[in-house]
Design a protein around this ligand. Structure first.
Ligand code: ZN
Length: 267
């Protein structure tokens, strides 16, 4: 598992090192002050799928957006749904089981697209960059992304694109880590390379303002409990059992480990 300290290979340069990070310290430092080139980032994620298949959502549904799923329960099954960064398509498959039929899944990695095309549900599978979507204006009524925006180098381009492909009044359902608790966790765990794989994290107010700039009205969904992937990251010996059952819903949004929001596109 990724969070275990081990002897490993840097996903960017191939050098061996010991730690919990994905890349060696020199590679992490190289991209600390400026944006990481797109080609380097793409190679990084393809290597993640190869070396750590359990980390990404390509080969399993480890980190489902539970609050978003219960919100979707209430929606019309005829709505046109796009999931961006759909990985192996597990969330869309769940929506298929729940009666949604007009669904498109997109991802940027070849490994994810291949895996998504293996799902039983009849999805449109489209290779797409989340910052530049290959769809016409107002193609969808609902856009979903789960653990995607934090990976993007240009989140403003992404939000403008989501707004463009949504119909007026359409909704963007988004899950992402909560910046301050996440950064604290990364620091405690020695994940010195998080600026490479999570370059765009948001605190609740920051997310609200970023989305408002692109014409969205935001509301935060109640987050009831930790996901399996979050529980897996808690070190053993510090009350993993207790924490994994903790009712975090009563905490203020700023302390939630992740954020799930419904952003409505203004007309
Ligand atoms: Zn390296």
């Amino acid at each position: 598992m990724v969070v275990d300290r081990s002897r490993r290979t840097c996903l960017l340069c191939g050098a061996p090192f010991t730690g919990r990070a994905f890349v060696c310290r020199p590679c992490a430092d190289r991209y600390r002050s400026g944006p990481i080139p797109d080609g380097v980032l793409r190679r990084f994620y393809q290597q993640v799928d190869v070396e750590y298949p359990e980390w990404a959502n390509t080969y399993g549904n480890y980190n489902p957006p539970r609050a978003i799923l219960s919100f979707l329960e209430r929606l019309d099954r005829n709505l046109r749904v796009l999931e961006i960064g759909a990985g192996g398509g597990f969330l869309l498959e769940e929506l298929w089981r729940r009666g949604f039929r007009r669904m498109t899944g997109s991802d940027i990695t070849v490994t994810a697209l291949l895996e998504m095309s293996h799902r039983d549900s009849q999805l449109q599978v489209v290779g797409a960059d989340a910052e530049s979507l290959p769809f016409r204006d107002q193609t969808f009524d609902v856009v979903i992304s789960s653990d995607v925006i934090e990976h993007l180098v240009r989140p403003d381009d992404h939000l403008a694109e989501v707004r463009r492909v949504l119909s007026p009044g359409g909704q963007y359902l988004l899950k992402t880590p909560n910046r301050r608790p996440a950064e604290l966790y990364y620091r405690l765990r020695g994940l010195y390379d998080h600026h490479i794989w999570h370059p765009s994290m948001f605190a609740p107010g920051e997310l609200q303002r970023a989305m408002a700039r692109h014409g969205f009205r935001v509301s935060f969904l109640p987050v009831a409990e930790l996901t399996a992937a979050q529980i897996r990251k808690i070190p053993t010996g510090i009350g993993k059992k207790v924490l994994s059952r903790a009712p975090i819903g009563w905490l203020p949004v700023m302390l939630h480990p992740h954020l799930e929001v419904v952003a409505t596109r203004r007309g």
